[in-house]
Design a protein around this ligand. Sequence first.
Ligand code: FMN
Length: 364
Amino acid sequence: MSQPLLEPIKLHDLELNNRVIMAPMTRSRAVGNVANSLMATYYAQRASAGLIISEGSQISEQAVGYINTPGIYSAEQVEGWKQVTDAVHKEGGKIFLQLWHVGRMSHPDFHGGKLPVAPSPINPNDKAYTPEGFKDTVTPHELTIPEIKQIVQDFKTAARNAIDAGFDGVEVHASNGYLLHQFFVSTANVRTDEYGGSVKNRARILFEVLDAIREVVPQHRIGVRLNPSMHGGFGITVNEDTIPTFDYIVEQMNKYSLAYLHLTEASPANKDVPHIEPQVAKRYRPLYTGNLIINGGFKQKTGNQVIADGDADMVAFGVPFIGNPDLVERFAENAELQQADPGKFYAPGPEGYVDYPTLAEVEA
Ligand SMILES: Cc1cc2nc3c(=O)[nH]c(=O)nc-3n(C[C@H](O)[C@H](O)[C@H](O)COP(=O)(O)O)c2cc1C
């Protein structure tokens, strides 16, 4: 039986060998916020993915929200990432860097006591993962307009750094309750200036970020990640504004010739929540004219099906790539998958990171 997941695809000038995309995953192995040779090994092991999207990488010191996550704002960080991109390219892979700003999900412990930043001073009432473990989030500092403009510039500089570090492109992390998502959501953003209020105003920062990045990275090497049906956690809840906001964002994205739009499905537990879009790919496939990646709980069978149904062009797999560096080969062989150990997702060191064997190693 032929598998749509294993068909090649062209993202403008970038040819992917297959449609099995490695989803961005924070793994907290970047000691001192700099990528290292252990990370190069991990990503190179997964280079048969059609495209690897790196873990979220903070665009500035202000953007950080977790320990041992890599940055992309200093010369040392660019050098660190070069090992990763070289190793992936040597194995014939392609890799984008995910540009990340956590906004109010950070904590004063990361900033010498200074508050994390957000569109509005609204505490997400969740937990931040600080160097001393989980702590309650705080009420963030409301960004001034010059501070917002600086963040847009930080995205641009970080994107240029990513290209200098050898990445094939960048993905703007506008999902999962982090800074850009906080701007979109009317319960997190109650601003009364041009960054709040109307749908257009709440979406504005994303398009400013895209316009800034495309001055330094060809737009067909820029992807965007959105999570329109995120509900619960990080203070993000859907309401009557949610679907109109994401419809607007996706339609505006058609004005750009991006590498792709990367969407996440609603969690199965939330499908009946009022105002939620329970079928994200089905809603946004007809609205978006470019390449679409869908993610969230997909398996080999459902991944092949969603492409065969015409609801997406590619599928991003997260946890399946942790336990199966050769996920593509395993799909090709219809082989069993290995289970990943969640206890090691963010643990330091090589265990549960680079020690999952390939099928060939298991059979040897
Ligand atoms: C350990 C772990 C770390 C993650 N880190 C990120 C991240 O840095 N950026 C991001 O956009 N999503 C992140 N995610 C979400 C994944 O990209 C993906 O959306 C999620 O795992 C669902 O896909 P799956 O069902 O195929 O695993 C992470 C998920 C996991 C399990």
